[in-house]
Ligand binder design. Structure first.
Ligand code: NAI
Length: 249
């Protein structure tokens, strides 16, 4: 699919991978992007920077906690009010917090399920611009290879993969025409990795991280956004793409 003149709603859009995707989508000709994020103060700052760079008519910010269905629905409504349509939902918001794993499940799993079903059942079939609407869900390398990561975070990312695998079946695809794509980033230089020690209780996993993290080359978030645009140009419903070490497969 081409991004030209499409409308996208991206969650977790004001930091790291999400913000790079917003910019890459805008560079690739989307008509409009909704930045959906829980952090209002930073959201306003980022919105004003993006308006200077890309023009005020192409971006809006909506405060959304993805685990709250009403707030998520409000973001769909405001997107349609602002841009007239919606073609792409990127469920990118996610946290890695072993200390508050219930909140992590709420955001990483419930948030993705809420967004995916609002998009597939209510909004994308009705308000798409063209005939190729898509939901992109961000899982993780640790949804594929759980060897060193926090088991609780890994479980949430497996759930995202499971959702994509189930929805790609034609019994789900045919009635809505909405494709599902799952992208699994490898370790990427963003706040989620920088804060990793704060969010893990001391003990076994911090020891594992201490041994593992210094041996890894973190990729830049721009690698993800460039890859996502390329993948969107040419993917099949239900695909799972790993983006790691500057390679997609
Ligand atoms: P980040 O911490 O830079 O960005 C996360 C964004 O989500 C922030 O803007 C934050 O305000 C927002 N957010 C947090 N809770 C929210 C909520 N309840 N509702 C709405 N927005 C919320 O992290 P990063 O790395 O850009 O993460 C993006 C996605 O990529 C996440 O799903 C993460 O699990 C996934 N990922 C990241 C990897 C990495 O190494 N950085 C590797 C694999 C997957």
């Amino acid at each position: 699919m081409s991004l030209t003149n499409k409308v996208a709603l991206i969650t977790g859009a004001i930091s790291g991978i999400g913000l790079c995707c917003v910019k890459e989508f805008l560079r690739n000709g989307v008509k409009g992007v909704t930045l959906a994020d829980v952090n209002v103060e930073k959201g306003k700052e980022i919105l004003s920077l993006l308006e200077k760079e890309f023009g005020s008519k192409r971006v809006i910010f909506v405060k959304v906690d993805v685990s709250n269905q009403d707030e998520f629905e409000d973001a769909f409504k405001k997107t349609i009010e602002a841009f007239g349509n919606i073609d792409i939902l990127v469920n990118n918001a996610g946290i890695l917090d072993e200390r508050d794993f219930k909140r992590m499940v709420d955001i990483n799993v419930n948030g993705v399920i809420i967004g995916t079903f609002l998009a597939m059942e209510n909004y994308l079939p009705k308000y798409k611009t063209y005939d190729d609407p898509v939901v992109v869900n961000i899982s993780s390398l640790y949804g594929l290879d759980p060897s060193i990561c926090s088991p609780k975070y890994t479980a949430t990312k497996y759930a995202v993969l499971g959702l994509g695998r189930s929805l790609s079946d034609k019994t789900h695809f045919e009635p809505t025409g909405v494709k599902i794509l799952t992208i699994c980033p490898g370790l990427t230089e963003t706040a989620i990795v920088n804060d990793i020690y704060e969010k893990h209780p001391p003990g076994r996993y911090v020891n594992i991280l201490n041994n593992f993290l210094p041996t890894i080359n973190l990729q830049k978030p721009e690698v993800l956004s460039l890859a996502m645009v390329k993948i969107l140009e040419n993917f099949q419903n239900g695909d799972v793409w790993l983006v790691e070490d500057n390679q997609c497969h």
